[in-house]
Write a protein that binds this ligand. Structure first.
Ligand SMILES: [Zn+2]
Length: 278
């Protein structure tokens, strides 16, 4: 196991080295496009070409080294000693296994996770400690503990944002004040702690657009974002199921009408009800 982890670290290092080489090759190739056609330039071109081919063969060597290591060291998904324990932990905290698809949480699972993350992290830490002790790998555990602490802090900042904006209630006046600072604190910690990681589209939306939208529409992202759609989808499906006795050709229309009534009770007043009796 220890050897495997060393191997994985070596793979990461090789990948970085390959990326640096790629950059260097690109800049050599770029510089060639600026060169003219006199004798002196020909010399520069030849030098650059031999430089490029050296870089190329260096890179091929690194590629081979990496492939060899990958076949020796990489642990197939689901085979690691922690995975099964992790699934049990998610189960215990009722983070639905069904929505744990492809290793990615959907909106509802994220919402749940942001509420219970301290307990989940505590259980994961316990599990990691147990596995590390069994495998006599305390040093790896300590390294993992540091990462765990970083993620705890990140989730703490993220859950502050979630509490402020992840709902469908009105947000006006003074309630608007803490939102952008909380978003900025979350993203600045993320950038500082994981400098090589990219900013996802959702993070960008959060950082640069969420506040404007909330101010404009006067409510949390629950009505504007994906969570809103998730919840609409859920409600609509329930209503659609309740229309099961309606003829199939009219079933969708029936469900849409009923859904309209539920989401906009004001419409109820205009509904004409059948009178009883003759
Ligand atoms: Zn944008």
């Amino acid at each position: 196991m220890e050897k495997r982890i060393q191997g994985l670290k070596e793979i990461k290092r090789l990948k970085e080295e390959i990326e640096t080489l790629e950059c260097e090759m690109e800049s050599v190739a770029d510089s060639l496009t600026l060169i003219g056609s006199n004798d002196n330039d020909q010399l520069i071109i030849r030098q650059a070409e031999s430089h490029l081919s050296k870089l190329q063969s260096q890179m091929e060597k690194l590629d081979q080294q990496m492939e060899k290591l990958q076949s020796e060291c990489e642990i197939k998904s689901g085979m690691g000693p922690l995975v099964q324990g992790l699934e049990r932990i998610l189960d215990e905290h009722k983070i639905d296994q069904e929505v744990y698809y492809g290793g990615i949480f959907n909106g509802n699972a994220c919402d749940k996770f942001l509420k219970v993350y301290p307990a989940v992290f505590a259980s994961i830490e316990q599990l990691a400690h147990k596995v590390a002790t069994e495998l006599k790998m305390e040093n790896i555990y300590n390294e993992g503990k540091l990462i765990c602490d970083q993620f705890s802090k990140l989730f703490e900042l993220r859950s502050i944002v979630h509490k402020l904006v992840g709902h469908a209630k009105p947000i006006r006046g003074d309630d608007l004040l803490p939102i952008q600072p909380a978003i900025d604190a979350y993203l600045s910690y993320y950038r500082q702690t994981f400098p090589g990681s990219s900013i996802t589209v959702k993070m960008h939306l959060m950082e640069d657009h969420a506040f404007e939208d909330i101010k404009r529409y006067g409510c949390g992202l629950g009505l504007l974002g994906e969570q809103g759609f998730e919840s609409v989808h859920h409600t609509f499906k329930e209503i659609f199921d309740r229309c099961k006795n309606v003829a199939p050709s009219k079933r969708m229309l029936c469900a849409v009408k009923r859904h309209q009534l539920v989401t906009n009770p004001e419409l109820q007043r205009h509904v004409r009800h059948k009178k009883n009796g003759p």
